[in-house]
Design a protein around this ligand. Sequence first.
Ligand SMILES: Nc1nc2c([nH]c(=O)n2[C@H]2C[C@H](O)[C@@H](COP(=O)(O)OP(=O)(O)OP(=O)(O)O)O2)c(=O)[nH]1
Length: 135
Amino acid sequence: MTQRIVVVGAALFDGGRLLAARRSAPPELAGRWELPGGKVEEGETPEAALARELREELGVAAEVVERVPGEWPLKPPYVLQVWSARLRPASAAPRPLQDHDELRWLAPDEIWHVDWLDQDVPAVRETLTRVLGVR
Ligand SMILES: Nc1nc2c([nH]c(=O)n2[C@H]2C[C@H](O)[C@@H](COP(=O)(O)OP(=O)(O)OP(=O)(O)O)O2)c(=O)[nH]1
């Protein structure tokens, strides 16, 4: 049986806006938008992985709020799971330190203005429904 590897994505909200991050690599994903995050390492909880990835990639201190139910297939053996999260009060503002070259806070009516990775579209849709009650 093939081992599944969980990639955690953060639905980071601030003032009702969602943070989208534009990937800078690898070439086949560069220029497309995603939820910041990354692979869960061995012995790590998904929540800890998410906080670590957000610190490394964006330089922020984030608090993981709750899981968005569901799991979305990526390139095997990866699957995407999403958690909502918010910045801790003392956190710096997010900056694209690693893996991304642009960040954007999107209001609910701007969510589909960016070119999300195909595999992120259902995950973002579910996140909006669950967190903001938007359809
Ligand atoms: N972080 C993240 N990765 C995603 C999303 N959608 C999607 O297809 N992926 C893919 C891209 C990568 O192939 C894989 C996660 O890789 P990553 O490069 O973000 O993870 P990482 O920081 O742990 O990577 P690494 O450089 O340590 O290997 O999942 C998403 O919304 N967020």
